[in-house]
Design a protein around this ligand. Structure first.
Ligand code: IMP
Length: 422
């Protein structure tokens, strides 16, 4: 008994929430290990659409425990809002959520600094402005506020005062923005303590204990490999590690606890925000993917940039993450295209590159293979045998190019539109 890790293999928005929801059936505990409310998890269950930003999507399964791990940055107000929303839907969140005492909080000055920084950047990153980067920065600067600190009133007050002394100078003198008072920050902290204080504990020990009791754990990553602050397309990345290393760091679990690493890949590619995207299609095919795939950000509503599946990018993602299998999502969206392009490598100034590099990704030209498309509606398919032969060829081609088996295929938004691919 051990853990399955679910990781986005591309630029996020691969359909992880749906897959987490799917894999959650076989697990007892679902854990988020990094990121914050910059992620948007959309799950459609029983025809109803749920969007979560912080709370693991496993919450929709009544008997599962959801853990928000130490690697996450948590906005208390956003968290309370999601809890209240769940309450309204009749979903018991209070007894099923555990928050790490070591995770860092996102406070209003983090959001203010996030947007002020983005305003003055000559080259925008396209941040979701949820305070993620500034909160992780404070963690490294050792001026962050951790969830467990809320139980030590004197300590936290001194910490907030120390952080504010810096932030207010930055906000007022550098950015010309309003300052924050200690009372308004403490009011948020007190509200969080009142509403969520009893959910906070040592999650590292909780998870190790659960493993020793034979429980199955699913680790849910946010964003994706190419947005990883170390391995992604820096500086157009998020401020955490969605890749496998982040899963360990962000939970306190170790290598021997991991059984399976599932890479979630969309059957085409999307990206939100700025940064290189070699297979982006700025023409009518890209528009068609956006409309057919409903490619608008679930956190910001921004239209996503769309393009073709990139096996060069995923091969790199497989190396970094050690995927034991791929779950391929949104295959149905490719229906109706006469030809479907797949990038099999990159060229620079007409010369085929033999090594993936992130520093020249904005200049490379993808080398495409074109495969025949299919017209059939595949959303009712229940197995690989039901798929049109061109769709089967597409999947086989991807598997060959990336060298990792596709294990699950998703052909529609609902839980039911998913099958094991063998
Ligand atoms: P931040 O993490 O909000 O600072 O945003 C940094 C970059 O990551 C921006 O390009 C965002 O659009 C992107 N990003 C952050 N979260 C997500 C996500 O959940 N899906 C896709 N892109 C994301």
């Amino acid at each position: 008994m051990g853990c399955t890790v679910i990781i986005g293999s591309q630029w996020g928005d691969e359909g992880k929430a749906k897959m987490v929801d799917y894999f959650t059936r076989d697990t007892d505990i679902v854990v988020r290990y990094q990121g914050g409310a910059n992620a948007g998890h959309t799950v459609v269950a029983g025809g109803k659409k749920y969007i979560f930003h912080l709370i693991p999507s496993g919450i929709l399964h009544k008997d599962k425990i959801c853990v928000i791990g130490n690697g996450v940055v948590l906005d208390p107000l956003q968290f309370i809002e999601e809890m209240e929303l769940l309450d309204k839907q009749g979903i018991d969140s209070e007894n099923r959520i555990i928050i790490s005492d070591c995770l860092h909080l996102i406070l209003p000055y983090h959001l203010a600094v996030d947007s002020a920084l983005e305003e003055i950047r000559t080259k925008k990153i396209g941040t979701t402005v949820r305070g993620i980067g500034p909160s992780y920065s404070d963690k490294c600067l050792r001026i962050g506020i951790r969830a467990g600190d809320i139980f030590e009133e004197d300590v936290i007050k001194a910490r907030v005062a120390g952080a504010l002394a810096m932030k207010n100078r930055l906000l007022k003198d550098v950015f010309g923005k309003p300052e924050f008072t200690i009372d308004e920050i403490m009011a948020i902290i007190h509200k969080f303590k009142e509403k969520a204080g009893k959910l906070i504990r040592n999650t590292q020990n909780y998870l190790h204990q659960a493993i020793s009791e034979g429980k199955r754990i699913l680790l849910e990553g946010a964003q994706g490999y190419a947005l990883d602050i170390d391995h992604g397309t820096y500086p157009y990345v998020t401020s955490s590690n969605p890749t496998i290393g982040g899963a360990l760091l962000g939970t306190g679990l170790n290598v021997s606890n991991i059984d399976e690493v599932i890479g979630i890949s969309k059957a085409y590619l999307t990206r939100v925000g700025e940064g290189p995207f070699p297979t982006e299609d700025g023409g009518s095919d890209g528009d068609r993917l956006r409309v057919n795939g409903g490619e608008f950000g679930s956190t910001t509503g921004r239209p996503r940039r769309c393009g073709w599946f990139d096996t060069e990018l995923i091969r790199q993602s497989c190396k970094i993450n050690g995927f034991t299998g791929i779950a391929l999502t949104k295959l149905d969206v490719l229906g109706g295209f006469k030809k479907i392009k797949v990038a099999v490598g990159y060229e620079l100034k007409g010369k085929r590159l033999d090594m993936f590099q992130t520093y020249n990704l904005h200049r490379v030209e993808p080398v495409y293979e074109e495969l025949d498309g299919w017209d059939e509606n595949i959303s009712k398919c229940k197995s690989a045998d039901d798929l049109p032969s061109n769709a089967k060829d597409y999947l086989r081609f991807i598997e060959q190019c990336i060298g990792v088996k596709i294990k699950v295929v998703s052909v529609g938004p609902d839980r039911e539109n998913t099958f094991i691919y063998e």
